[in-house]
Design a binder for this molecule. Structure first.
Ligand code: FA5
Length: 341
């Protein structure tokens, strides 16, 4: 038969437990002290064991230990519930628990235009080309005159150029960087000049601000066929081995002969589709052999040196690679567009 003192403590505990506020850590702690503390009723029962005759101790010990385990388990559960409630209350009051798992920061990605620019720089830097970023604001000399562009050339028109002051403008192409470079470097050299350019121009494939990459190689015996070879390699790098190039005769005041370079349409492989307007080709940039007048303007002997130059639209390359229908999307900062990359 269970010891009367033990069963009375058990009954008392069972009667008291339901009335304790389980949301209050203080109340549950008080219950713990009352039964399991140094002078708690269960602790007192345990102390009694030593005073009992030896033959009664085993049965008493078993019962009192069972009671202790029961009370401990109940109080532990109550403490866990009260602690959780206390934490929730703190969180609701603005407390930050730094041990809780975080919400996670979504990873960003590089912009498709940035990727094209980096790939171009990487490709030409590996071939020993220097990189000159040039400047966004140019004078008439660098943007037009030294580039052999006559005063009546249409590109000088207010309709095409953003003028900041008389003979000062936002550059309309990266070709001015050729002049700065030739004025400050002696041949032989090879360089590229990626950067923003500005024109009064706006439709699905033309933007008022876009990026170009200029290229210039000057040495003795530089030929047009070397230009074609390097640009073919460059296109292979950008669009894969299967891409073909085509050079159409064209005109730029600063190159002679001049050409427009087309690549076989990356969408249809050259058979003709809606995107290449049925031609099988897409225009990417201009190029040519450096006009001797440009060399003279920069103090380089055209009898000794020859060279080639090219200029490409980076936005057009990004549009081709990702089938982007509107050039404006590239600079619109629209998350729905950007999240696709
Ligand atoms: C030029 O700007 C010459 N400076 C290129 C050059 C450099 C020729 C060196 C010879 C030697 P063009 O105006 O065609 O050429 O522009 C070159 C490329 O820039 C175009 O083929 C196209 O890809 C891109 N481009 C031109 N206008 C725009 C525009 N408004 N928006 C986006 N891309 C454009």
């Amino acid at each position: 038969m269970i010891n009367e003192a033990i069963s009375s403590v058990q009954k008392e505990f069972e009667a008291e437990l339901p009335s304790v506020d389980l949301n209050s850590l203080e109340a549950v702690n008080a219950l713990r002290v009352k039964y399991l503390g140094k002078k708690g009723s269960v602790t007192e029962l345990l102390k009694q064991m030593g005073k009992l005759p030896a033959e009664e101790r085993p049965a008493y010990g078993k019962d009192v230990n069972e009671l202790k385990e029961f009370v401990s388990a109940q109080i532990e559960n109550a403490l866990a519930a009260a602690s959780e409630h206390a934490l929730e209350a703190k969180l609701a009051a603005g407390f930050v628990d730094i041990s809780l798992p975080g919400d996670g920061i979504p990873a960003g990605s590089t912009h498709p235009l940035y990727d094209v620019r980096e790939e171009i720089i990487d490709f030409f830097a590996h071939m020993g080309f220097a990189v000159d970023l040039g400047r966004d604001i140019e004078t008439d000399w660098y943007n037009f005159e030294a580039l052999n562009t006559p005063p009546d050339h249409p590109s000088r028109d207010m309709q095409d150029t953003f003028y900041l002051a008389d003979k000062v403008m936002l550059r309309t192409h990266t070709s001015g960087t050729q002049i700065h470079y030739m004025e400050t470097h002696k041949p032989p050299f090879r360089m590229i000049a990626p950067g923003h350019v500005f024109r009064v121009d706006s439709d699905a494939t033309h933007a008022p601000m876009f990026q170009q990459c200029e290229g210039l190689v000057v040495d003795e015996n530089i030929s047009f066929s070397q230009l074609k070879g390097i640009l073919q390699l460059f296109m292979n790098q950008l669009f894969g081995e299967g891409v073909k190039t085509r050079f159409r005769p064209s005109f730029f005041p600063f190159t002679e002969p001049s050409a427009e370079m087309d690549v076989s349409c990356v969408f249809c492989g050259g058979t003709g589709c809606r995107r290449c307007k049925g031609t099988g080709w897409m225009e990417l940039g201009g190029c040519g052999s450096v006009d001797p007048n440009v060399f003279k303007n920069c103090g380089i002997d055209p009898e000794k040196y020859t060279g080639f130059a090219f200029g490409f639209g980076l936005d057009r390359i990004a549009m081709l690679r990702h089938a982007i229908p509107e050039i404006g999307l590239l600079t619109s900062n629209d998350q729905r567009f950007l999240n696709q990359f």
